[in-house]
Design a protein around this ligand. Structure first.
Ligand code: ADP
Length: 542
């Protein structure tokens, strides 16, 4: 017997309907790309998204069309997502920090028909657009008064584009498995791979993400996603925010420490989310200029491992709870969050920080396991590490055009490419990317763990650890350091700092100082480029 409940499809635009109906006056505040702060609310965001959907429909765009956005987090970008979703088209976020040729490659692969772009990136798009024959129209996310001089064809301002529609429109009805969004992984190895979300996966994922043990979002929060919407599905904030009815604070292009501090305090943000580099900038800004964060309760840190020193500074100096998170584009993106279960509620001080270095436990909707290279499951003993595999309704089942098929097995387990261990309470800790792990004498050394500790040294600004060929041990760790302005620690003091904190055989064989460590377009240490930069390095002969 089948059950007798309604088949209410899980569609993304129902999320903005809910927000507009039950939290209609809740603020959406943005630092506009033009400069001044802009204030609107969910009711107006929905109304204007409806106008956009109507206009897109009138222009012949609908189910299955890929519509790209290259934009900062603002109310207009949020409206654009919902407008695109509401006609059944697919929002395709582009990362402007990639090389122009890479962006053109991705746009051609996706066959984007329209591009919504911020003023900041118009010059970049002038280079890219001629290489993308599928592109029919470019909408600049501004009003007529701010339209720039440009060589681009078929350009219109967003405000005049939507002004031609009165908003008397109904969202298109869809199967919940219809493609909703697209985001390419950064492709540090090989070509980028397209991840395609469904309406259903986005809705289920947002419901999972806002739970108390995850982001713990409610209508009483003021959420600021510093993580851009173009990074890993915007960490789902465009859905989990409106679904919870929280106010949203959008930082626009202001990504420096001073701008983040200003908007955090002025707009009384209660929860915010970004990669560690952003928080380092904020903390360095506050170290220099002073300040406090009286309204901020939680800061979500993920995208790469959150160093212990950042967690400690937020919690001990500013009284803000750190929520370490792990995820990936392929997981919509949330995989785990390090919230404190009762088993660990007694931890304090250094012991609590030890726990928070872990990436945490998954929400309902994510299953995970660790295996060896032969796909045999490994024990959850907090030390045996292996390949981390996941599955669930918001995890990719394949990449666009069937690329990377070897990462998916017959039982739907997706090989994340991360190496991790799990403790008996289900707390996962990433020890490396599979391709970055250091193999010394047949054993694995976690580069991430050493990096995390090294950045705790008071004179270190950034640290990376890579494996370098060694005649006896195959590979040995090399510690690469960027020092803080005006500091000059000795190699010896850095190694001594690690002593007692890591196993003796994990101790880096040497330290090199560099001016800068290369980063990927999403702000992660680019190990491939760093290894390339140091390819002539050889360990001193003992
Ligand atoms: P990109 O590679 O394009 O930046 P993703 O955001 O999808 O895109 O990257 C996901 C990867 O980032 C994960 O597989 C993992 O290696 C790394 N990562 C994300 N969060 C964390 C974290 N908290 N700790 C360590 N690594 C992380």
């Amino acid at each position: 017997m089948l059950g007798m409940m309604q088949d209410w499809p899980l569609l993304c635009h129902k999320v903005i309907d809910h927000a507009a109906t039950y939290h209609g006056q809740r603020e959406v505040v943005s630092r506009s790309v033009e400069g001044p702060f802009h204030r609107t609310n969910y009711a107006q965001v929905r109304g204007r998204a409806m106008q956009l959907a109507q206009r897109l429909d009138r222009d012949g765009y609908g189910v299955g069309d890929r519509i790209a956005t290259m934009a900062w987090n603002t109310w207009r970008h949020l409206e654009t997502w919902y407008g695109i979703l509401g006609v059944g088209s697919i929002y395709h976020t582009l990362n402007p920090r990639l090389f122009p040729d890479q962006i053109a490659w991705i746009m051609n692969d996706a066959e984007d028909r329209v591009l919504f772009v911020d003023l900041t990136f118009v010059k970049l798009v002038e280079v890219i657009a001629p290489k993308v024959p599928s592109l029919e129209r470019i909408v600049i996310l501004t009003d007529d008064a701010h339209m720039p001089e440009t060589s681009l064809q078929n350009v219109v301002s967003y405000e005049s584009y939507i002004a031609e529609a009165d908003g008397d429109f109904a969202w298109v009805d869809l199967d919940e498995r219809t493609a909703a969004g697209m985001c390419y992984t950064s492709g540090t190895t090989g070509d980028p791979k397209g991840v395609v979300y469904t309406h259903r996966s986005n809705v289920l994922h947002a419901m999972a993400a806002l739970q108390p043990d995850m982001l713990n979002l409610s209508s009483r929060d003021r959420l600021m996603p510093v993580v851009p919407l173009f990074h890993a599905n915007g960490w789902s904030t465009a859905f989990s925010g409106p679904m919870s009815g929280c106010a949203m604070v959008m930082p626009g292009a202001g990504m420096d420490g001073a701008s983040i501090y200003e908007i955090l305090t002025q707009e009384k943000v209660t929860i915010t989310a970004a990669v560690p580099t952003i928080w380092l900038m904020l903390l360095q800004h506050m170290e220099k200029h002073g300040g406090s964060l009286p309204d901020l309760k939680r800061v979500v840190i993920g995208g790469s491992a959150c160093p212990r020193a950042i967690t400690q500074a937020f919690q001990d100096t500013y009284g803000v709870e750190v929520i370490h998170a792990w995820g990936m584009t392929e997981m919509s993106p949330l995989g785990t969050i390090c919230s404190v279960k009762p088993e660990y509620a007694h931890l304090e001080g250094a012991d609590k920080l030890d726990l928070q270095v872990k990436q945490g436990h998954p929400p309902f909707t994510v299953e995970m396991k660790i295996t060896d290279d032969e796909n045999q499951e490994l024990p959850w003993d907090a030390k045996t590490f292996g390949r981390l595999k996941v599955r669930g309704p918001a995890v990719s089942s394949s990449y666009y055009k069937g690329r990377g098929a070897e990462q998916f097995d017959a039982e739907n387990w997706f090989d994340t490419g991360d190496v991790a261990h799990v403790d008996p309470h289900g707390y996962m800790q990433i020890t490396d990317r599979a391709k970055d792990v250091i193999k010394s004498g047949g054993e694995w050394i976690s580069s991430i763990e050493i990096e995390n500790l090294a950045v705790g040294h008071p004179e270190v600004a950034e640290a990376a650890v890579i494996g370098v060929a060694h005649p006896k041990w195959d590979e040995r760790p090399l510690l690469v350091i960027v020092v803080k302005e005006g500091q000059s620690p000795s190699k010896q003091s850095l190694l001594e700092f690690l002593e007692g904190k890591i196993a003796h055989w994990w101790m880096p064989n040497d330290v090199v100082f560099v001016d800068e460590i290369p980063h990927t377009a999403t702000g992660k240490i680019q190990k491939t480029a760093l290894r390339e930069q140091l390819r002539d390095y050889a360990f001193p002969i003992d």
